[in-house]
Design a binder for this molecule. Sequence first.
Ligand SMILES: [Ca+2]
Ligand SMILES: [Ca+2]
Ligand SMILES: [Ca+2]
Length: 229
Amino acid sequence: MFFSVSYKKLTMRIAATLLFAAITLIGDPVQAGKITGFAWTDGIVSIAGIAVTNPPPFPNNDDVVGEVNELKVLQKDYKGVTFIDIEFTVMDSGGVTEYAIIEGVQNNTGLDWSSYHVQLGFGTGADFVMSPSGDGLDFDAPFFDSIISFDPAPLFSFPAVAPSEDVIDADGGPGQPDFLYNEPFVFHIDVPDGITSFTLRQFPVAVVPEPSSIALLLLGLASLKTIRR
Ligand SMILES: [Ca+2]
Ligand SMILES: [Ca+2]
Ligand SMILES: [Ca+2]
């Protein structure tokens, strides 16, 4: 009898311990998917004010309404019409964590921009490769149900936004003139398990001068040459 009571107590104690451990694991935000840091590459542009909150306030919040992990890039200063890569380091997770990327973008390139583009992938510079389809890293695919905007007031630069899993193309408006600061650009990234880093690539495309403008420019240069003679 004594043995049977003790055995029962022991079994209950083990069960209670396992239950406590399970609750602790579920409730521990450290176990959740998260961005832990970042580095940017490229000598042509500068970046200021990226704030990574680690752990995020809402781990494993994929498509949960009202749970937003903000990742702010206060100013991204383009000094040339080229891409910039930001490589984020990631810790493995028990789920997918969705981040809202909120950016301020400065055009310091000397050229007006007609469109703006964002891509997800791995590696940087010449080693950059696009994120494959269906790998869980995406711009809030497949539902795209979180805010996405590249047309902040007062200019509403790029109102036509076409998001797909790993590419966002934005254009269709007045564009972003040289020396204009625009904010906020807002989009979302789903960060899955199974990766240790990923890269956010962004680039503007400059307005191509009309053939008539090029003709006028050439004419002007030719006249200048004649006057100098
Ligand atoms: Ca979403
Ligand atoms: Ca992908
Ligand atoms: Ca999502």
